[in-house]
Design a protein around this ligand. Sequence first.
Ligand code: DGJ
Length: 739
Amino acid sequence: MPILYDEKSNTLTIVTDHTSYQMQVDAKGYLLHLYYGTRSAGCMDYLLTYADRGGSANPPAALGDRTYSLDALPQEFPFQGAGDCRSPLLRVRDASGAFGCDLRFSSFRIRDGKYSLPGLPAAYDEEGDDAQTLSVILQDPRLGLEVELLYGVLPRLDVICRSAIVRNEGKGALLVDKLESACLDFVHGELDLICFCGRHAMERIPSRQRVEPGSRLIGSRRGISSHQYNPLLVLADRMADERVGRCWSLQLVYSGAFRAEVERDQYDQIRAQMGLGEEAFSYPLDPGESIVAPEVIMSFSAEGLARLSQQLHEVIRTRVCRGYWRDRERPVLLNSWEAFYMDFTGEDIVGMARQAADLGIDLLVLDDGWFSDRNDDTKALGDWWVNEEKLGCDLGELIRRVNGLGVSFGIWMEPEMVSEKSELFRAHPDWALAIPGKHPVLGRDQLVLDLSRTEVVDALFEQICSLLDQGNIEYLKWDYNRSIIDVYSHGVRDQGAVLYRYMLGLYGLLERVIARYPTLLIEGCAGGGGRFDAGMLYYTPQIWCSDNTDAVDRLTIQYGSSFGYPSSAVGAHVSACPNHMNGRVTPLATRACVAMAGTFGYELDPKRLSKKELDTIRGQVQDFRKLSHLVREGRYWRLGDPQRDAVVGWEYVSADGDEALVCAVVLRVEANEGMRYLVPCGLTPGATYVERASGRYYPADALMDMGMPLPGARSLYDSVQVHLLRCDGVADIKEGTRR
Ligand code: DGJ
């Protein structure tokens, strides 16, 4: 049983295959956090210490004991109002406007299976997972405030999920001004914080810093999880690296405005927390009402960052992503965006499909520009009727022509948006988020629709269905290209609820779309990777990772993404050179090598390529079919850091250890250099591997110790892909299958 209660010590312990997590209800009724780390039996309350802390307050329950202060004790759900002056998870106001509450333990319940959350994405369990849920009730009788803390454990995955439901069980109105989902309190330790920061076209660049006194705050005030800060925090021992050291992660299953903070307090204790953004948030709870905090997935590894990432990959890939495409081979696609932008005809699209068929590509995606008078990005969002004049036929006919060539068809949409220059806006100006009397702030010349309103969501659902019903559409790129700035809805009483309700509206809409079109592959997108988070992955099993398709920049973007997200989620394409964003020229082989660390596809006009390049692409598509299972499901290892190393590598190893794919790209060169070597990880000790292309044999232990020379990696941006197959001797390698 992964969740245990010990009556004697009043502790609740959550156990996974390699970790333990413990909390205690203390004699005053407060719920204290004791431990999260390497699996350990016994009671960890020996970690608690008490001293008269001059500057720290003592709650009434301390009965004058000045050694008892919540300001100095590690807690499970710190709240504002009982003397803990560090950053709380919950701040409430009562009807008089007074801040503060006093939450004490009331009861707990353990049940089989993992909880789910009403209206919000959350990791799920499957039969055989032995998942359990712990629910702990905290109450403040004065306010009639109840908080239900939820802990869902997936023992084999070494993952504990957390959420909290705040309920008004009293008679007066309450306002929730701050609600975070989870925190981790450490009573001591020198830790580094790794967060994933960036900007449009350069997302999720790891930033590692010592946790210093004070707070480091990241988050998004943009209504989406954002390009700038990903909702993922990693804390690690200062000496921790890929293979050694303790590390912890907090990952939010939410796609809207969020907040994550790491605070080192006066006693060098550390608190990490994560949850809803505070800005423009003030959530009214009338008697009988409640609000659910989005889920945080927590994980711990005592074996370094690689192991931690592998745990996160598994939970995201197999217990957050769902549905038809979760475990299926994804189509190799050709997207029209960088080929034509909005300047195309129907014949161009059919011509592109013809080329796709010739190259062995599965799916053609018609990106932006196919509807209304959308020939530039200043207008027409919301008017999702097909521009038949531009396409030369209706959409059904275009799809039939593409399908007739043996190619599937996909389409782009940006459903949550409306242009001021659109019929939709003219008919329903109040459907856009805009403050009455204030000129709205534009982004890419567009406004955001108010998805906190049911009638807007219903209308959007109808629009999406009427598009998807026009033909055999097998893929939808769901884009989102601006931030939410003006937070005002005509549909709610309290504007502090809008951002959260927007997310409920979006998730509800996505749920309806996937229920009606269960085999439709939806790729998430927000100006590239501006909403690349576990919340969206619950609905869209892959997300366009970045608008930046330059292979070299992508190494950094995909490296950062790999800390929390599996390659199966990473939309990655080969594009033309010089790259449209940064002008860099890289070899076609390297562009493919990097895009093969994701869902793989192309984003260029094949008509502009030479015969030699087309032949190369044909080969790449075939190669990817042999490798895609490894990329999708293999255990992932980072072999180097693109911000530091001259050669950066990465590797996938199949679960049974029978196959591995080792990849590398040269990022820096000097004249007359020594040979470069790459050291693979995770192979089966004692085994021998053979390289598929060359037939060369390698002993696994030596490979994992001294590595392999890379004679093919001599020039700037050269790349190598080594596909290794495990064998117990030459006789085991069957020509054509394993070689
Ligand atoms: C932003 C996306 O990230 C691009 O791939 C493309 O779909 C454009 N939007 C279209 O407007």
